[in-house]
Design a protein around this ligand. Structure first.
Ligand code: SAM
Length: 337
């Protein structure tokens, strides 16, 4: 029997394939099994749920996760089986698709559900999502943030306090700081991003050019998270500035629009959505298994985020199309970050 290799997709039944994966060797199982409600679609194959999920438990490390898409009765059943096997239910995420699957539906269904289950020693990562990505569909919320930023000019006490901080490059320990409710903490350096922006505003400079030249705290930014301990500010204007620069905490409803025009599989998931799910549950270099990989979306999310992958797809046509798609991504030149 072939040994399972990393960064490989197998054209075979996952129930057979998963048996060859060594115990406690997988960090995360990110998967989108056949939901078993689409009539007449070849992807809707029943599988032995008990056997497969018991194998999930065997192959996962004690810090591992199962992240699973689903809908309807099968999804509730799967969640119960996982729970009965001793997995801990962690979170539920709603994928807001932003479009309705079929215009014929009486109730326009525009979401799918994702459940996160874990092994005993797992904890979900605290993730930051870039500001505009998080806000891109919500103009009202962006306008709210801009108003909040503008309000610093009308709050003379806040403005004075910030000005004092800028001029002295140190925290004013007098009572006025507390009274003014400007909670810039002492561990913020003189070149903190918020302070730089305040300086930019004061000197009438373009905010964007300041961001480009004064990046010190930004070195700590990564695509999936930052060390937020260093930036404790309670002031709302500062918070808005911080979120613009460092991103916002991931939320339990993720809006991500599926690309209908280039999809090669009927239930293809957006890569960015999968990247965000991996950010919550894995680290760079971790091993991710998708037993129902379809068009190889999970593998592409792994390539993009420096995770290793193992995938299974039973259908030859989907397997070939998925491999073409994955190979194109692998061979594309990448920007060196
Ligand atoms: C819901 S789709 C997954 C789509 C995938 N998330 C994507 O973005 O393309 C489920 C896939 O699992 C495959 N499949 C069904 N039963 C399988 C089995 N026993 N082993 C491996 N693959 C299977 C189907 O052919 C289908 O492509």
């Amino acid at each position: 029997m072939n040994k399972i290799e990393l960064d490989k997709i197998y054209n075979e039944d996952c129930l057979e394939g998963v048996k060859r994966i060594p115990d406690e060797s997988i960090d995360c199982i990110l998967t989108d099994p056949p939901y078993l409600y689409l009539k007449g679609q070849k992807l809707e194959r029943k599988f032995d749920e008990q056997t497969l999920f018991a194998d999930f438990k065997r192959v996962l490390k004690p810090t591992g996760f199962v992240v699973m898409f689903g809908r309807g009765t099968s999804f509730y059943r799967w969640n119960t089986i996982l729970s009965d096997l001793g997995f801990k239910f962690k979170e539920e995420i709603i994928w807001d698709k932003g479009y309705c699957t079929s215009p014929l539906m009486r109730l326009s269904r525009i979401h799918e559900t994702i459940s996160i289950h874990s092994m005993p020693k797992a904890s979900i990562n605290k993730c930051k999502v870039p500001y505009l990505e998080m806000k891109q569909y919500d103009i009202t919320s962006i306008i709210q943030d801009i108003k909040r930023m503008r309000s610093v000019f009308t709050q003379s006490k806040s403005m004075e306090a910030v000005q004092h901080f800028l001029e002295n490059n140190c925290r004013d320990t007098s009572d006025s700081w507390k009274a003014n409710n400007i909670s810039i903490s002492s561990d913020i350096t003189k070149e903190n991003r918020c302070v730089s922006v305040m300086r930019g505003i004061e000197h009438g400079m373009n905010e964007k050019s300041i961001i480009r030249t004064d990046r010190i705290e930004c070195d700590k930014f990564t695509k999936f998270g930052i060390n937020s301990d260093k930036r404790k500010t309670g002031d709302r204007c500062c918070n808005v500035m911080q979120s613009m620069e460092f991103g916002l905490n991931e939320k339990s409803i993720i809006k991500s629009v599926r690309d209908h025009y280039s999809a090669i599989h009927p239930t293809q998931k957006p890569i960015r959505l999968l990247e965000r799910l991996l950010a919550l549950t894995t680290q760079s270099g971790d091993v991710v298994l998708d037993p129902f990989i379809g068009s190889c979306s999970t593998a592409i999310a792994c390539v993009n985020t420096n995770r290793k992958y193992i995938g299974f797809e039973i259908d030859k046509e989907y397997y070939d199309a998925g491999m073409n798609r994955l190979n194109k991504v692998i061979s594309e030149p990448k920007l060196v970050m």
